[in-house]
Design a protein around this ligand. Structure first.
Ligand code: FUL
Length: 571
């Protein structure tokens, strides 16, 4: 087996892999990346797949979508705000990260900013002692959710006061330097006055300085040189293009589909709300997206080479409404139920143009993300037949390309057969693949599935193929209990404890005790387990080098008070 990162040889990718702290060996046999390729931030961002947007602020209390900046902070007074309830909804919905609207166009700030009184410190909430950004990031970390921040560029309250760029930069510094790692910053172009390219470039340079791993989502000016992720051109959640290229030209001339061969790698993040509006309105409690609508949105975002940013707006109590929570919980039951069994997992896979040892067709149906199938350099088409062993009934198909090697395939189709002789078309004239492409269709029964790669701009490099039957998996009480992060008492101080040879920040309750630590890969699969005795901090930990897994991202520590999940970057 060869790992993707082991087999890259272009210097751009060398820099990328080093930036991502991932080891790599040069292998002359590996395909060369084609065109624009993702940076380390974008690779991590793609793996988040499902993210939650949290629109909450003065508008929640004044019942509008856009405030004017003249509302006093006194209107912000949630009676039962519980960020832990948000996190349980987010986690139970299978989301991996959350973006809090820390400041919308009205200028009200969810943190006590040193630069304005239009903030929580001047509100009645917690007697002006609250800091919602702090509660949000603490709770995210306790629940293993990556925190991100929306900070509106347009600010009806503070723009009038002059020196707005300095003001924004000061606030950006407060957010990025005072709250630990922020995984994404969101720059909406709406209502922005002070957003010329030079200013936006200055804001972006500061993000790179203060938080180099923070993804920039931007629809503001200069996005062609600052953005890691782009707008899709609609907020319906159902408008992602087919094809959907991760690349754009310098003018971003096609937001919905991207631009094939474009020089800027800037994939789409599909933002949409579970309700008609972005902020909570009582009148919309009966208009929450159904599970079927959410299922479609999932396929039109994660299933189209993009990530999904679904808005779940907390209500005026400060809680996510139960209808919204139940809907995303059910959706996750459908996603988990469907994708846990790949009916092609044991398939015999034959192809016409294999690249040889290390790039076997069977890599397409294994569970390792690091292995892939490839054709020789001069061969950009192929016919790949999956013999499922017996007739199988399925209604979903999934395909993944090796994004580190760029968009390669630009034409593909799928047909099915019961005898490997006469085939019926299932999917025709498809173009892009990218990080993940998913299709759903009426259930069909077939033993043979034939994937034709009909056109490519470089040799084929695919890492996964799957067919699935849509089904629901109810989370068992045991599964639920196993992820309850009781160890993450939010106000608790943290301590740094060596785990797998690295210092990991854990709640104080882990200090001086024995606990179990698990390393999980990006898909949540366990790759190593160790017992840590924090009384003798080094004892019981293993050197990571001996674990032999280059791409480790999460460490899950189970102590006597529960489970805490932390990000873990291997070198
Ligand atoms: C838009 C804003 O004007 C909306 O209020 C919302 O925040 C949405 C995500 O972006 O441009």
């Amino acid at each position: 087996m060869k790992s993707i990162l082991k087999t890259m040889r272009c210097s751009g990718i060398v820099a990328l892999a080093l930036a991502a702290s991932q080891p790599m060996l040069v292998d002359a046999q590996a395909p060369v990346p084609y065109g624009a390729v993702p940076n380390a931030r974008q690779i991590e961002w793609f793996h988040r797949e499902r993210q939650v947007f949290l629109h909450f602020g003065v508008n929640t209390f004044t019942n509008v979508e856009w405030g004017t900046g003249t509302e006093g902070p006194s209107v912000f007074n949630p009676t039962a705000l519980d960020v832990g309830q948000w996190m349980r909804t987010i986690r139970n919905g299978g989301f991996t990260s959350a973006i809090l609207v820390a400041k919308h166009h009205d200028g009200f700030c969810h943190w006590p900013s040193a630069y304005t009184t239009q903030d929580v410190a001047s509100s009645p909430w917690k007697g002006g002692k609250g800091d919602l950004v702090q509660e949000f990031v603490d709770s995210c970390r306790a629940y293993g959710i990556k925190p991100g921040i929306y900070m509106s560029i347009g600010d009806f309250h503070s723009e009038k006061l002059g020196n707005y760029a300095d003001y924004y930069l000061n606030q950006e510094r407060e957010i990025l330097r005072n709250y630990g790692k922020i995984w994404e910053i969101w720059w909406d172009g709406a209502n922005a006055k002070n957003n010329d390219s030079a200013t936006m470039k200055m804001y972006a340079d500061s993000v790179r300085k203060w938080a180099p791993e923070c993804v920039i989502w931007s629809d503001a000016k200069a996005k062609n040189v600052t953005a890691d992720a782009r707008w899709i051109g609609t907020e319906s959640g159902l408008g992602t293009g087919d094809p959907s290229w991760a690349t754009e030209d310098m003018a971003f001339s096609n937001l919905g589909s991207g631009v094939r061969g474009g020089s800027v790698y800037c994939p789409a993040e599909v933002n949409s709300s579970i309700r008609p509006g972005w902020f909570w309105h009582e009148s919309e409690n009966a208009s929450v997206n159904t599970v079927d609508v959410l299922w479609n949105k999932y396929f039109q975002s994660v299933g189209r080479n993009a990530t999904w940013l679904l808005n779940l707006p907390p209500d005026n109590r400060g809680l996510i409404h139960k209808t919204d929570s139940i809907r995303v919980d059910s959706l996750n039951g459908w996603i988990n139920g469907t994708f846990r069994t790949n009916l092609a997992a044991g398939a015999t896979v034959t192809t016409n143009h294999g690249r040889g040892v290390g790039y076997e067709p069977s890599n397409l149906v294994d569970t390792a993300e690091a292995t892939y199938y490839a054709t020789p350099d001069n061969m950009s088409t192929d016919t790949i037949v999956f013999d499922l062993g017996s007739p199988k009934n399925f209604d979903v198909l999934m395909l993944r390309e090796v994004i580190e090697l760029g968009h390669r395939t630009i034409g593909w189709s799928v047909d099915v057969s019961s005898d490997n002789a006469s085939y019926t078309s299932l999917l025709a004239n498809k173009q892009s693949i990218g990080y993940k492409w998913m299709e759903k269709f009426n259930p069909i029964t077939a033993r043979y599935v034939r994937l034709k790669i009909t056109k490519g701009q470089a040799s084929v490099a695919l890492n996964s193929f799957g067919v699935y039957k849509r089904q629901y998996l109810r989370p068992s009480p045991h599964q639920e209990a196993s992820v309850v992060p009781g160890g993450g008492r939010l106000s608790e101080k943290s301590v740094a404890i060596p785990v797998f040879g690295r210092l990991v920040e854990l709640p104080q309750s882990f200090a001086g005790k024995a606990f179990t630590a698990k390393l999980l890969d990006l898909r949540g699969q366990t790759v190593a387990i160790t017992n840590v005795d924090a009384k003798q901090v080094q004892a019981g930990t293993k050197d990571l080098a001996k674990v032999g897994h280059p791409r480790l991202y999460l460490v899950e520590c189970t102590g006597e008070n529960g489970v805490v999940v932390r990000k873990f970057m291997a070198e």
